[in-house]
Design a protein around this ligand. Structure first.
Ligand SMILES: CC(C)(COP(=O)(O)OP(=O)(O)OC[C@H]1O[C@@H](n2cnc3c(N)ncnc32)[C@H](O)[C@@H]1OP(=O)(O)O)[C@@H](O)C(=O)NCCC(=O)NCCS
Length: 289
């Protein structure tokens, strides 16, 4: 058995095994991560057979591990841990001081054994077009804009203030993804919020969604973003809210989002990491924050 750089062709093993894995969403998503860090995405191979995968997404000091998967017939033999070790070593050699991941609860013991600690719960929410509640506050001075290449400087700067890493290179890649879309909101030409999502078969996976938490009308900002998202497309939104505090979840509920009976767990390895600031209302897809 050996670990090799992951390619698009390798993904077939997982598509064949997991009926719920939607090709049109999954393949472009992993393609983005391979483009971002070609030698940091791994396939575990047994001869010609692919039996596992994992991705890494390093920024400057913080790196993510995502998409860990082992063929069902090969589980509980330490192969998941082996792939994790490869990903951890890669990120440590790349100079990352903190490694993050978003864990399904069933996998928490595996990550704990490797030294990861729990940071917070990420609660999942769903929002349907018909359920969006409009804020009573006046939003007349807020200007809605696209999430596009022309506005990327402002988006990267706002994102940096909340995630503390420069994620421009990843944004430049994901913005080309055919499933990607997003919108932004400004006040007096200053960007104060944005939301992006990737479209899947049943919903749109939101993340990140950020609003400037210093603004006195967070409810109004969020509802403007949500209304714009539903003007663009009526597919439901799926949000992953970092429960560092309860205020941000309350904000989602006030805007009509419904709590899904499902959560994941944010875990970290290495130096303690400053948790996402209050204005971060939804995290991105696993493996990139
Ligand atoms: C998670 C996964 C990669 C582990 O692979 P593995 O080769 O069995 O891993 P190891 O043998 O090194 O470790 C086993 C650990 O897997 C975890 N695990 C067991 N069942 C699991 C499940 N249904 N889903 C997720 N993780 C599971 C447990 O932490 C287990 O440790 P434990 O036996 O002490 O409870 C594999 O279960 C899998 O592909 N699951 C589906 C995808 C997934 O959930 N990925 C993780 C996303 S955060």
């Amino acid at each position: 058995m050996d670990i090799r750089p992951l390619t698009i062709e390798h993904l077939e093993f997982r598509l064949a095994e997991e009926p719920g894995c939607q090709r049109n969403w999954f393949v472009p998503h992993i393609r983005d991560l391979i483009r971002y860090q070609p030698d940091g995405c791994f396939a575990l191979c047994d001869g010609d057979d692919v039996i596992g995968m994992a991705t890494t997404t390093p920024y400057q000091a913080v790196g993510w591990i995502g998409w860990l998967y082992v063929d069902e017939r090969c589980r509980e033999r330490g192969l998941g841990a082996r792939l994790m070790q490869a990903a951890i070593s890669y990120l440590q050699n790349a100079g990352m001081r903190t490694i993050l991941l978003e864990a399904v609860v069933e996998a928490e013991p595996l990550y704990r054994r490797l030294g990861f600690r729990r940071q917070f719960i990420t609660q999942h929410y769903r929002l349907d077009a018909a359920a969006v509640s409009r804020s009573a506050e006046d939003d007349g001075d807020l200007r809605v804009g696209p999430f596009d290449k022309a506005g990327l400087d402002d988006i990267v700067a706002l994102d940096h203030a909340f995630f503390h890493q420069d994620r421009r290179r990843l944004f430049e890649i994901v913005i080309e993804n055919e499933n990607f879309d997003g919108c932004s909101v400004s006040l007096s030409d200053r960007l104060i919020g944005f939301m992006w999502w990737t479209r899947s078969e049943h919903n749109r996976q939101v993340g990140p969604c950020i609003i400037d938490s210093r603004n006195p009308r967070p409810n109004c900002l969020l509802s403007v973003l949500l209304e714009t998202a539903f003007d663009m497309d009526d597919q439901p939104l799926y949000l992953r809210c970092p429960m560092v505090d309860s205020d941000r979840a309350a904000l989602l509920v006030q805007c009509g989002a419904e709590r899904v009976d499902y959560h994941t767990v944010r875990m970290y390895l290495g130096e303690p990491y400053q948790a996402e600031s209050p204005g971060v209302l939804s995290l991105g897809c696993p493996g990139k924050g």
